[in-house]
Ligand binder design. Structure first.
Ligand code: ADE
Length: 335
């Protein structure tokens, strides 16, 4: 695999990671970088670390998960093609609906190909059965649609909050209960640039802001288990799938956002994956409860939302002469 990560090869040897939304865009870049950093082979004759005798223990395993099997299969195939034959890194795919916490809608037990869509409990238990541990969880699975708040139906609102907030909570809770509580680990939640509100996508703004807060609560509650919980808040990141998600609005949405970035360009998924790898790695061993904004300063800059000129604001307190103020600030008339 052509080395593109700035991190040291072998950094994630012997680790198992789950990446939700791991088949496309930011999730795919995260999975690729984890695999790249888990591909370091032990030099011939080097000492085998205690407890790492088996192939299983030597390899880095990345489990990519999302609802869409076809996309997962295509992504996993592309990832496998990039892993050199000498590398012990492995990618595995598992369709899962992160909105479903429990086993209730778990699929049939007989072995089937392609793999069935699992609940979060079933996903975590299947990863543990297959790989024996879960060191990292990256909650990147999510989705939204663009709409003014007044037109968001209750169903649409619930769907977005269920996926982005409740889905993230389900995954954190289950991975903690089944593995990290006893063994430690690191979690990274991917949120969004919702720091000035998220006009046009109020549902996801509310859900992502809630995940920012959830990140802090879990970082404190789970600190004594050796679990670090952090978040990454990307600016506008271009990927083909992200653009397609917004249908015919997509190209214009991304194009229009360029002047609102201090960098005057869009970000790319690999600029997020490097931050996620940093937060998962021992380089971040003293970081928990933090949200890193990876947005070139976008969150400090102008909002894309245009407010038309209007006079709908409530009247000023009595005694304030707004008319006089308006006159005072009027631009000088041209001759
Ligand atoms: N990505 C978007 N929606 C999802 C869901 N419900 N489950 C898993 N991944 C998703």
């Amino acid at each position: 695999m052509a080395a593109s990560s700035v991190f040291r090869p072998g950094l994630f040897n012997n680790k198992v990671a789950i990446v939700t939304g791991g088949g496309t865009g930011i999730g795919r870049a995260i999975s690729n970088e984890l695999l790249e950093l888990g591909e370091h082979r032990r030099p011939k004759g080097a000492r085998v670390p205690r407890g790492a005798q088996s192939f299983k223990a030597q390899s880095c395993c990345v489990v990519i998960s999302s609802r869409k099997l076809e996309r997962l299969e295509k992504a996993a195939e592309e990832m496998r093609e990039k892993i050199p034959p000498s590398s012990p890194a492995r990618v595995s795919l598992q369709p899962c609906n992160i909105r479903d916490e429990d086993e209730v809608s778990a699929p049939c037990r007989r072995p089937v190909l392609p793999p069935p869509s699992l609940t979060v409990k079933a996903l975590v238990s299947s990863v543990l059965k297959q790989f024996g541990r879960i060191d990292y969880l990256v909650n990147n699975g999510g989705g939204q649609f663009s709409s003014p708040a007044e037109h968001i139906s209750s169903k649409g609102w619930k769907a977005v909050v269920d996926t982005n907030l409740t889905g993230t909570f389900h995954c954190c809770k289950e991975v903690y209960a089944a593995w990290m509580k006893q063994n430690g680990g690191a979690i990274v939640n991917i949120i969004a640039d919702m720091w000035k509100g998220f006009p046009g996508m109020a549902h996801t703004g509310a859900a992502r802001a809630a995940v920012d807060n959830l990140t802090k609560s879990l970082a404190i509650e789970w600190a004594s288990s050796g679990v670090r919980v952090n978040a990454v808040a990307p600016g506008t990141i271009f990927s083909k799938t992200a653009m397609e998600n917004y249908k015919e609005l997509g190209p214009n949405l991304f194009k229009r956002s360029i002047p609102f970035s201090p960098a005057k360009r869009l970000g790319v998924p690999e600029e997020i994956s490097s931050t996620v790898c940093f937060l998962l790695s021992p380089a971040a061993s003293y970081i928990s409860g933090a949200t890193l904004k990876v947005d070139a300063g976008q969150s400090l800059y102008r909002s894309m939302w245009e407010i038309p000129d209007h006079e709908a604001w409530p009247a000023a307190p009595e005694g304030e002469n707004l008319e006089a103020l308006r006159e005072l600030l009027k631009p000088p008339s041209k001759l």
